[in-house]
Design a protein around this ligand. Structure first.
Ligand code: ADP
Ligand code: ZN
Length: 305
């Protein structure tokens, strides 16, 4: 008998809710806006109502529904199911989201940070289906990662493991939002690329504009982008040397740039990873993107890896 789970992906602008089958296919997806003007508890009530609608809408018998998985921005406490203080959900301080959802539905509810959930999704049905040792890295507004080692998701003490965005890669860069100098995220996130590109061009331009200037051969921007790709390569080598990974899956808005980014990182890794197998680590694009949030959240219920 096919089993199903509900995946809930809570983001700073929207909440996506889907019924996902055991094989990782999302059947229906419903999206509601994240209303940051109301208390978190009220927003969770809205989410509960929407989950109920989604369950009714798909008509799946409740005995085939094994649980509800929630992916949310960190920091959080995944073991206790509490969203603690995410910069992207400003008023969500110490929200016991798992308990609030559990009270409403008689099934188990799990919480995990969104990068970890995306890693599980890539493993279940995306680019890392064959891999027991891989890292998923998202290069988007910020930079985060989900680490799967020896077939298990590495959670750490509270479920915040993998926050590689605040690893220092070059202290000669400016001061990051976290207070350190030269964090990966401060140099190579989408936000950072737009900031540095804008400084070079003397006007506010988007990340995409920066890449268009790069593709059209602008010299200063080419310099900038080459440096950024190198820094992403440095980060990947650190990840490979630390976890002995066989694959790195890269997703997030910036990864849409495609071949130039993947080729540069692959070249850096092939040259600088410490050991022979490390140098052969595949650097591949994420396969799921938009859907990785809900699929990964649902995957929390299927295999508690
Ligand atoms: P979020 O951070 O909310 O998860 P995304 O993964 O889409 O969202 O990442 C947003 C970042 O990616 C922004 O900095 C945006 O400018 C950048 N971005 C989105 N699409 C592209 C693209 N096609 N090329 C380059 N950068 C992009
Ligand atoms: Zn930082």
């Amino acid at each position: 008998m096919m089993k199903y789970a509900i995946g809930v992906d809570i983001g700073g602008t929207k909440v996506a809710i889907a019924v996902v089958d055991q094989a990782g296919n999302s059947l229906t997806e419903s999206i509601i806006p994240t209303d940051l003007s109301i208390p978190a508890i009220k927003m969770v009530e809205k989410i509960n109502n929407e989950i109920e609608q989604v369950i009714i809408g798909t008509g799946i018998p409740t005995d085939q529904l094994i649980g509800i998985g929630i992916g949310a921005p960190g920091p959080l406490d995944s073991k206790n199911g509490v969203i603690t203080s995410p910069p992207n959900l400003k008023k969500w301080i110490d929200v016991p989201v798992t308990r609030l959802v559990e009270q409403h539905f008689s099934m188990p509810v799990f919480l995990e940070n969104d990068a970890n959930a995306a890693a599980l999704a890539e493993r279940l049905t995306g680019a890392a289906q064959e891999n027991d040792n891989f890292v998923y890295i998202t290069v988007s507004t910020g930079i985060g990662a989900g680490i799967v080692a020896e077939g298990k998701l590495l959670r750490g003490l509270k479920g915040n493991a993998g926050d590689i965005g605040h690893t220092v890669v070059d202290p000669s860069f400016g001061k990051c939002t976290c207070g350190q100098y030269g964090c990966l995220e401060w140099i190579a996130s989408g936000t950072a690329i737009a900031r540095q590109g804008s400084a070079i061009m003397g006007k506010a331009i988007s990340t995409k504009d920066v890449f268009n200037l790069y593709l059209s051969g602008n010299e200063e921007i080419t310099h900038l982008i080459e440096r950024i790709f190198r820094v992403l390569g440095v980060a990947c080598v650190s990840v490979i040397n630390t976890f002995d990974t066989e694959k790195i899956v890269i997703g997030g808005g910036v990864s849409k740039v495609g071949a130039p980014l993947f080729q540069s990182i692959q070249a850096y890794v092939s040259e600088y990873a410490l050991n022979e197998t490390g140098r052969q680590t595949e650097i591949v694009p994420a396969k799921l993107e938009q859907k990785s949030g809900v699929i990964g959240a649902a995957a929390l219920c299927f295999n508690r890896i």
